[in-house]
Design a protein. Structure first.
Length: 433
């Protein structure tokens, strides 16, 4: 039986789990080839990683590993530049197939790396980069190839979904939940990528390029993370019949592809609302098939390793799909619709000064922008009688569908009026999920 020689750079959460999975399963999906890790690289050679280095050549330098006598270079270090970029470039230029879980790398350099892979005529596979163990890339690239897609959306960051779930269900604070997600190996080395929405944006841009056959443009995503979500929002969501989820949403419009990442009010009972903890869910919609929803573990060592190994098994079977599903030269240039045009209903939390006429001022500014209000609720916390009344109150508004731009103008006017004491917090409502 012939051997596919694998070099792995990065032996942390995903790298160590990939080696454990490969060494536990010697048959490799009936590919007829041994998939053997023959060389590895990380920063610290002496760290105990739970597997033996015997029979594996150690490289201090990931680029040297990429250029060594291997068939496939597996990049599991992370980072959009530095050693990850240099080593993947080196591997592709020296004719090695590449497998990576690094969405930040692909988001920043996708078209460049696809170009190198095409020039060298070698595969560049990255199933693990989007939604952990879920075969999201395969589904959109292979199973739905040639079938029109209207939208791709979902929960694509395990860390954020884990944090929001525990904050909602257990009343824990944000920092405690984030620390736990880091301990469990879900978070990025720099967790701001997770909580500020960029990791979801990277994944969304990759999926969107394949789904809509456009060049990959991760700079054209409007991004808001979960730091602004407060317990008051989670309570209000419960009362209104929603859960708050960080969604990535890419939609084909007449003006181009709208790519957005933001916390979203999702109706309770829907597949996305009931996706909890580290689980991810990706929904793909198209006129021919309606909706497909894929769900499964979105982060963590062994779950992500399973996607890395699935790519290696494809290579062992001799499969070599185009990185973005078709030659880069046949992809359409990316076009982005004008900002502010997005239409939908919105939840707005406003900390208002407790003075006469405040409600009327809010309502009239909304009316001036043609925004109808479905609900307007003043949240007055219980206060013992001997204490003076609070000087500020929280008001929650739910709008009927309007545009982001109109709501932005109304809120700017409300701020200017001095009716609110802090910035309002706006969360789009997804009514059709
Ligand atoms: P990690 O636990 O922090 O591991 C990173 C590994 O890279 C470590 O072994 C580290 O070496 C090594 N490394 C860092 N800089 C290096 C350098 N300059 N030269 C050689 N080795 C270097 O990260 P991870 O969670 O496994 O993530 C790895 C990649 O998978 C990232 O791109 C991440 O976005 C992606 N990913 C992660 C998950 C997940 O759930 N964790 C899921 C999907 C995708 P030392 O061990 O010696 O420090
Ligand atoms: N940090 C990422 C997440 C890892 O939490 O989803 C999986 O891509």
């Amino acid at each position: 039986m012939s051997t596919l020689k694998i070099g792995i750079a990065g032996l942390g959460t995903v790298g160590a789990a990939t080696i454990a999975l490969l060494e536990a399963e010697p048959t490799h999906g009936g590919s007829g080839r041994n998939i053997e890790v023959t060389a590895v690289s990380a920063r610290d050679r002496n760290r105990d990683r739970g597997f033996s280095l015997e029979g594996k050549t150690w490289f201090d330098d990931a680029v040297a590993l990429a250029e060594s006598d291997i068939d496939v270079f597996v990049e599991l270090m992370g980072g959009a530049s530095g050693p990850a970029l240099a080593s993947v470039e080196a591997a592709l230029k020296s004719g090695k197939a590449v497998v990576t879980a690094n969405k930040a790398l692909l988001a920043a350099n996708g078209m460049h790396l696809v170009g190198l892979a095409e020039t060298a005529g070698v595969p560049l596979l990255y199933e693990a980069a989007v939604a952990g163990a879920i075969p999201a890339i395969r589904t959109v690239r292979d199973a739905l190839a040639g079938i029109p897609i209207d939208s791709v959306l979902g929960i694509m960051n395990g860390t954020c979904n884990y944090i929001l779930t525990r904050m909602e269900n257990e009343g824990l604070d944000f920092e405690t939940c984030l620390a736990e997600a880091q301990r469990l190996g879900y978070a990025e080395a720099d967790p701001t990528f997770d909580v500020d929405g960029f990791d979801t944006a990277h994944k969304l841009a990759i999926l969107s390029s394949i789904a809509f056959t456009t060049e990959l443009d991760a700079t054209a995503v409007s991004v808001e993370g979960i730091r602004g979500v407060e317990p008051a929002d989670l309570d209000a969501a419960r009362e209104l019949g929603f859960r708050i989820k960080l969604l990535g949403i890419a939609t084909m419009t007449e003006e181009g592809v709208d790519q957005r990442v933001h916390p979203t009010m999702v109706p309770r009972g829907s597949a996305l609302a009931e996706t909890s903890g580290v689980t991810n869910a990706v929904s793909v919609r198209g006129p021919a098939f309606g909706e497909l929803v894929l769900s499964g573990p979105g982060a963590g060592g062994s779950a992500t390793a399973s996607a890395v190994v699935s790519d290696l098994t494809d290579l062992a079977r001799g499969l070599a799909p185009s990185p973005l599903g078709r030659p880069a030269s046949s992809l359409m240039p990316f076009r982005r619709p004008q900002a502010g045009g997005h239409r939908g209903a919105f939840y707005v939390r406003l900390p208002i000064a407790d003075r006469a006429g405040a409600f009327a001022a809010l309502a009239s500014r909304m009316a001036a922008e043609g925004i109808s209000l479905e609900q307007i609720v003043q949240k007055t916390p219980h206060r013992p009688e001997h204490l003076p009344p609070l000087e500020q109150q929280t008001v929650v508004l739910v709008t009927y569908p309007t545009t982001e731009a109109a709501l932005g103008r109304a809120l700017a006017a409300i701020e200017k009026d001095g009716v609110i004491v802090r910035k309002p917090h706006v969360i789009p409502i997804a009514q059709t999920l």
